[in-house]
Write a protein that binds this ligand. Structure first.
Ligand code: EJD
Length: 399
């Protein structure tokens, strides 16, 4: 037996450097090929970028725990910059309780009820954009549609909703280091944090929404009353910037691969597959950390207890060890096993919401458009966690 740690590949690359964040996929191959586990010296963390190891780590939530934070900061050593999420930043048994409570609210039944209203909104929005012919698929569509449907579903107050994306941008940057990307996202946006706190209060939530349902469920379960605003906050943090960029990448993929859009047009039922494949191809959530709760051996490398481990979800989703032609967007491929929504007990609670939004948009373009053409360079918005798009000029021809 060789001493595993002496073989550990050490990389000097900085996955939070602006140069990396601007084009992460260009660097993933080097990360994957360096080894199944690598050491990132700049941050003193382990990293995994291959599909099998990423999935295995996500599956083993006891060893790769979440309660010490899913960002670079170890909550057992550093004070988190916001109260920890009761879903994302917890382990069982607490996680099991909060997850169950939230899962009852974000139910299949609830989504079935929302579908007709959301579909009507998607149809109207896409129709108005197709009439314009030229539009920005990031600012006129991806940032608009989730805001048309999600805040009302929560029962969020009307005033200040634009702060949702600012807040999410800060939180997702906050999973990385306190670099310039993080600091810049805070400048002038500090009030977004206070606004979200205000918006999560019971008296500011409208009756009938998922926000108020959280308060009722927390009362009914006899949980501490301060759980309710923190769980509502999870909806607000995770529910907008993620789907905004998911829809942005869906449109980028459809514009970049006209032959795939042609397949979708021929059969709009492929809309769900198209969205799923766009998540595999250009995963919005690029990375997440876990912290080891004990020593663990991965493919001959011993990772000691208390280590931060950076998991490259987006890289796993393009690992050639797992996928054929991984860099190609192919809507007919079985993309269902991707880890863009994570894997295991923390797998995205809102995935059905995201899928519904993505499917509805994909299906409306399939029905209403003859072609989608990219009409300019996509502009990226750098974020320590999200692969984000701030401008995507397109030209669409109607039927
Ligand atoms: C998230 C990757 C929260 C929270 C939950 C989930 C996310 C962020 C925040 C969405 C992570 O509970 O506050 S995609």
């Amino acid at each position: 037996m060789t001493s595993a740690t002496s073989d550990l590949p050490t990389l000097s690359l900085d996955p939070f450097a602006e140069e990396f964040l601007a084009d992460p996929f260009a660097h993933h191959g080097a990360l994957r090929d360096a080894g199944s586990v690598v050491w990132l010296g700049k941050y003193g963390v382990y990293a995994m970028a291959r599909f099998d190891e990423v999935q295995a780590a996500l599956r083993d939530h006891e060893t790769f725990c979440s309660s010490r934070g899913v960002g670079l900061a170890d909550f057992s050593k550093e004070e988190p910059f916001r109260a920890p999420s009761l879903l994302l930043e917890t382990d069982p048994p607490l996680h099991s309780q909060t997850r169950k409570l939230m899962g009852r609210i974000v139910s299949l039944k609830a989504l079935k009820e929302l579908r007709p209203q959301w579909q009507e909104k998607a149809q109207e929005l896409v129709s108005s954009l197709v009439q314009k012919r030229r539009f920005d698929a990031a600012t006129d569509l991806a940032e608009v549609f989730p805001m048309m449907v999600f805040p009302d579903t929560i029962g969020l107050m009307d005033e200040g909703r634009e702060k949702l994306i600012e807040y999410a941008t800060i939180v997702f940057n906050g999973f990385g280091p306190r670099n310039r990307v993080f600091e810049q996202s805070l400048i002038g946006k500090e009030d977004a944090i206070a606004w979200v706190e205000e918006a999560c209060k019971r008296e500011n939530l409208k009756p009938g929404g998922w926000g108020m349902a959280v308060y009722d469920a927390v009362d009914e379960a006899g949980m501490p009353s301060d759980y309710a605003p923190r769980l509502v906050r999870s909806f607000l943090t995770a529910g907008v910037d993620t789907t905004v960029n998911g829809i942005g990448h869906l449109m980028l993929a459809l514009g970049k691969y006209p032959q795939e859009f042609a397949k979708l047009r021929a059969d709009p039922k492929l809309a769900t597959r198209a969205f799923e494949e766009s998540l595999r191809w250009d995963s919005t959530v690029q990375t997440f950390f876990r912290t080891t709760s004990c020593d663990v051996e991965v493919d001959g490398t011993t990772i000691p207890e208390g280590s931060k481990v950076l998991l490259f979800l987006a890289s796993a989703n393009r690992d050639p060890r797992k996928w054929d032609d991984p860099d190609e967007f192919q809507i007919e491929r079985p993309a269902g096993g991707h880890v863009g929504f994570g894997f295991g007990i923390h797998q995205c609670l809102g995935q059905m919401v995201a899928r519904l939004e993505g499917e509805l948009i994909a299906a409306e373009f399939a029905r209403q458009a003859r072609s989608i053409e990219l009409a300019g360079e996509p502009v990226r918005r750098l974020n320590n966690t999200l692969w984000a798009i701030s401008s995507l000029p397109v030209k669409v021809v109607g039927k």
